[in-house]
Design a protein around this ligand. Structure first.
Ligand code: FAD
Ligand code: NAP
Length: 439
C-alpha cells in the first residue's frame, strides 16, 4: 500500500510538495483538497493580470497534477465539507498548504470607512476570485492612496495606472477593466512608513513603473538618500538599483503623462479621515534610525477617495492545530506540526517570498514524510477510497482535474485569441458550465 498523503491547498507550496513526493521514488498516493473549483492559489488569484508570463508556472504544476499518483478534489473545503480531524483519520500524512488569505489590519482610526480596502480583497476582486468578485470598489475618485511599499503595493498602483491598450492583453474580468478604464483617477500615492532603502519592492517591478504608457512615476528628490549605507553586498546592489531608478523618477515632469504615481516615503499612516466615506489619509512624517521609523510629530494629509492597504497578509486559524498568533502561522518545526501533520508555504513561514521560495518547503516536508513512514507505518490508512466515500455520503460537488481542464478550455476560448482567458468569477457559474458539459 502506498503512503497516502492529503495536501490541503493547491497553490505553489502544495504543488512543490506533490512534485517532491512524486519524484522521491517513494510509493505515494497524493490527493489535493482545494476549496475552489480552480487550482493554483495565488498564481490565479494574486499574481497580477498584466504579468501573464509569471502565471506560466502553472503549466509545470499541471504536469504534477496529471501524474498517475495524484488526484485533485476541487470545490472541497476543509472546515466546510470535512474536518481536519476526519482527514487525519483517513490519510497517513496531511500537509497544510492553505496560504495566508486575509488582510492584516492597519490598526488606525477610520480604517472601516467606505472606500478603504485591504489588498487581499482588492487584488482578489481584480483577479476575479469568487470570494471578492462583488466587492465593487468605487473607483470614481480623483486620487487614491496605496499604503505599503512592497511588490503588492506596486501591482495595485500599476493596475490602476494602465492604459486601455495595456489592459487589453490581460485576463482582468470585464467588470474590473471597465471600472479601471472609467475611473477619473489622476493621482496615485504609494506610501512607505520607512525610506527608499527599506522599501520591500524589487527593482524589476519598480522599473516597470517608469515605463507605463499613460502614467509618470514621481518622487521628491529630497526623499532620496545619497547612498544605501552599510549593507551586505547583495542587498547593497539591489538597493542601489532601486535608488538609481527612483533618482530617474525624481527627474520626471508631473505633466509628462495624464496620470501620476507619487512615491511618498517617511510617511506612517495614523488615521483615515472623512465621514462615512474616506476623504483622505493623515500621516505622521517619520525619520529612520537603525532601520526603524520614528515619528517626528509633524502630520500631513493626502486627500483621496480610495485607500488600498497593501501591508501584508495573515493566515486563518485551523481548528485543532496549534497557531502562533504573533507570527500568524501554524506552529511548526521546519514544517512538522504534529504526528502525520505538516505545513508548507505561507501558512508555515508567513506571507513573504516569491513563488519559488515555496519549493524548499515542499522538498523538506517530502523528506519528513519519507523518514516518518519508511519504518513500516507505511500505507496504514485508507486514503483516497475513504475520502471518496465520505464526500459521496455528504453529496459534496467535487470538481476533478478533468473538470478544471474543461473550465480552463472554456476560459481560453472566451478570451477570443486576444486575451489569455475570460475567467469564470463565481463558483456557481463554473458548476453550471460543468453541468451543461458533462461529457
Ligand atoms: P496560496 O498560493 O495562497 O495557495 C493556498 C491555496 O489553499 C489556495 O488555492 C486556497 O484556495 C487553498 N485553501 C485555503 N484554505 C483552504 C481550505 N480550508 N481547504 C482547501 N483549500 C484551501 N510571487 C512571485 O514570484 N511573482 C509574483 O508576481 C507574485 N505576485 C503576487 C501577488 C500577490 C497579490 C500576492 C499576495 C503574492 C504574490 N506572489 C508573487 C507571491 C506568491 O503568490 C506566494 O509566494 C505563493 O502563492 C504562496 O503559496 P501558498 O501555496 O503558500 O499559498
Ligand atoms: P511585503 O513585501 O512584506 O510589503 C509590505 C509593505 O507593507 C512594507 O512596505 C511594510 O513596511 C508595509 N507595512 C506593513 N505594515 C504596515 C503598517 N501597519 N503601516 C504602514 N505600512 C505597513 O508584502 P507584500 O507586498 O504583501 O508581498 C508579499 C510577498 O509576495 C513578498 O515577498 C513579495 O515580494 C511577493 N510578491 C512578489 C511579486 C513579484 O515578484 N512581482 C508581486 C507581488 C508580491 P515595513 O517594511 O516598514 O514593515
Amino acid at each position: 500500500m502506498p503512503i497516502s498523503v492529503a495536501i490541503v491547498g493547491s497553490g505553489p507550496a502544495g504543488f512543490y510538495t506533490a512534485d517532491a513526493l512524486t519524484s522521491s521514488g517513494d510509493d505515494v498516493s497524493i490527493d489535493f483538497i482545494e476549496r475552489l473549483p480552480t487550482p493554483y492559489g495565488l498564481i490565479r488569484g494574486g499574481v497580477a493580470p498584466d504579468h501573464q508570463t509569471t502565471k506560466n508556472v502553472q503549466k509545470k504544476y499541471e504536469k504534477t497534477a496529471l501524474k498517475q499518483q495524484v488526484r485533485y478534489f476541487g470545490n472541497v473545503e476543509v472546515g466546510r465539507d470535512l474536518s481536519l480531524a476526519e482527514l487525519k483519520d483517513m490519510y497517513d500524512a496531511v500537509v497544510l498548504a492553505v496560504g495566508a488569505p486575509r488582510d492584516r489590519a492597519l490598526g488606525i482610526p477610520g480604517e472601516d470607512k467606505k472606500g478603504v480596502f485591504g489588498s487581499a480583497d482588492y487584488v482578489g476582486w481584480y483577479n476575479g476570485h469568487p470570494d471578492f468578485q462583488d466587492l465593487d470598489p468605487d473607483l470614481n475618485v480623483a486620487a487614491a492612496v496605496v499604503i505599503g511599499v512592497g511588490n503588492v503595493a506596486i501591482d495595485v498602483a500599476r493596475l490602476l495606472s494602465r492604459s486601455k491598450e495595456e489592459l487589453a492583453a490581460t485576463d482582468l474580468p470585464e467588470y474590473a477593466e471597465r471600472a479601471i478604464l472609467d475611473s477619473p483617477v489622476k493621482d496615485i500615492w504609494i506610501c512607505g512608513r520607512r525610506g527608499p532603502i527599506e522599501a520591500k519592492f524589487t527593482n524589476v517591478e519598480l522599473r516597470e513603473m517608469g515605463k507605463l504608457a499613460e502614467s509618470v512615476s514621481l518622487i521628491k528628490a529630497e526623499q532620496l538618500p545619497d547612498g544605501v549605507g552599510e549593507l551586505p553586498e547583495r542587498d547593497k546592489r539591489l538597493k542601489e538599483r532601486n535608488l538609481e531608478t527612483l533618482r530617474e523618477f525624481s527627474a520626471r515632469k508631473a505633466d509628462e503623462k495624464p496620470k501620476r504615481v507619487h512615491f511618498e516615503f517617511y510617511a506612517a499612516p495614523v488615521e483615515i479621515i472623512g465621514g462615512d466615506r474616506v476623504e483622505g489619509v493623515r500621516f505622521e512624517r517619520t525619520r529612520v534610525e537603525g532601520g526603524r521609523a520614528t515619528g517626528t510629530g509633524e502630520f500631513f494629509d493626502i486627500p483621496c477617495g480610495l485607500v488600498i492597504a497593501a501591508i501584508g497578509y495573515r493566515s486563518d486559524r485551523i481548528e485543532g492545530v496549534p497557531f502562533d498568533d504573533k507570527q500568524g502561522i501554524v506552529t511548526n518545526q521546519d514544517g512538522r506540526v504534529a504526528d502525520g501533520l505538516y505545513a508548507v508555504g505561507w501558512i508555515k513561514r508567513g506571507p513573504t517570498g516569491v513563488i519559488s521560495s515555496n519549493r524548499p518547503d515542499g522538498v523538506t516536508v517530502a523528506e519528513h514524510i519519507h523518514n516518518d513512514f519508511a519504518g513500516g507505518a507505511k500505507g496504514a490508512k485508507p486514503g483516497r477510497k475513504a475520502l471518496e466515500k465520505l464526500l459521496a455520503e455528504r453529496k459534496a460537488r467535487v470538481v476533478s482535474f478533468a473538470d478544471w481542464k474543461k473550465l480552463e478550455a472554456a476560459e481560453v476560448e472566451g478570451g477570443g485569441g486576444t486575451r489569455p482567458r475570460k475567467k469564470f468569477t463565481t463558483v456557481q457559474d463554473m458548476l453550471d458550465y460543468l453541468d451543461r458539459n458533462r461529457n
